[in-house]
Design a protein around this ligand. Structure first.
Ligand SMILES: [Mg+2]
Length: 296
């Protein structure tokens, strides 16, 4: 079992060894670069210094909800140049995947509007909804009509998810050959300390369980997503990537699944939390990216 090392407590030669153990930095965004709408101190400087040390810098987020404009503003506020151009999110991975299999049928989207926008901009025909369900079960019969034009079911951060959408998704998924793609997997999110907040991934789990189908994971912690990010970044050897994130289940798992080195920043976890996790431990951890800057 790995014993995570605190990067800011490494001796000079150990720190040097750490720094030379990777050529590429892949970083999560929410909770690492910014949090609650504000840039986290020192994060922009951390990436600047990593580049000065000859590392390439890429960003990998499960958040398809933000528009390009919104991402660009956030990177800019953190002092990061060309952040969006070097960002991989599930929506673009889903579009690339569909393109790679020459997909031409309709996509049933249980996704956020931005993911639909991205898929449509790449030429895919999307269907979605309904946004409101009927009041009585008898009326749910209408959600049990198959649409033979649909050839893929895609889940990705749908905050308007409801019973009719789950009905439709499971119905379509029963048809042989139906593609099943999943973006964000987050079952829980951090909203308020001490309060449990479910993420939209909790609903994907219902579709997975009831359809008895395993989706292609095009969000963290899916290996296919990690490999897609590598391809976008032009990286061949996963062992030369340091993956930085704030979530154990999404970020550290993605690193493990893809063969990256991993570092957890403790913005949403305590050290005790991290050490208590039964199966997943990062190689390294730090309080924040800013806390590492003085050592770079
Ligand atoms: Mg995060």
């Amino acid at each position: 079992m790995i014993i995570p090392s605190n990067v800011t407590e490494l001796g000079p030669s150990e720190f040097k060894k750490f720094l030379s153990s990777f050529d590429h930095v892949f970083s999560d965004c929410d909770g690492v670069i910014w949090m609650g709408g504000h840039p986290l101190p020192g994060a922009g400087e951390f990436f600047k210094r990593m580049k000065q040390h000859g590392k390439t810098v890429h960003f990998v987020s499960n958040n398809s909800l933000r528009t390009k404009h919104n991402y660009e503003e956030k990177f800019k506020a953190s002092g990061i140049e060309n952040g969006f151009d070097n960002l991989t999110v599930p929506s673009t991975a889903i579009a690339e995947y569909l393109k790679s299999v020459n997909f031409t049928r309709k996509v049933y989207c249980v996704t956020c509007p931005e993911t639909i926008k991205v898929l449509e901009s790449k030429g895919f025909v999307c269907v979605h909804g309904p946004d409101l369900g009927a009041d009585f079960y008898q009326d749910y019969l209408r959600y049990l009509d198959d649409d033979p034009a649909v050839g893929a079911v895609v889940f990705d951060s749908d905050f308007q998810i409801n019973l009719p959408k789950i009905y439709k998704a499971i119905l379509y998924l029963q048809r042989p050959g139906m593609l099943f793609l999943n973006g964000a997997t987050d079952k829980y999110v951090s909203l308020k300390p001490g309060c449990l907040a479910l993420g939209t991934g909790a609903f994907t789990d219902i579709a997975v369980e009831e359809s008895n189908r395993i989706p292609v994971q095009l969000g963290k912690p899916g290996k296919a997503f990690g490999e897609f990010a590598m391809k976008r970044a032009g990286v061949k050897d996963p062992s030369r990537v340091l993956f930085i994130g704030d979530m154990i289940e999404q970020d550290v798992s993605l690193g493990r699944n893809t063969g990256f080195k991993t570092m957890l920043v403790l913005s949403n976890n305590t050290k005790e939390n991290m050490l208590a996790h039964k199966t997943i431990k990062p190689d390294y951890y730090a309080k924040s990216l800013g806390s590492i800057v003085p050592f770079l």
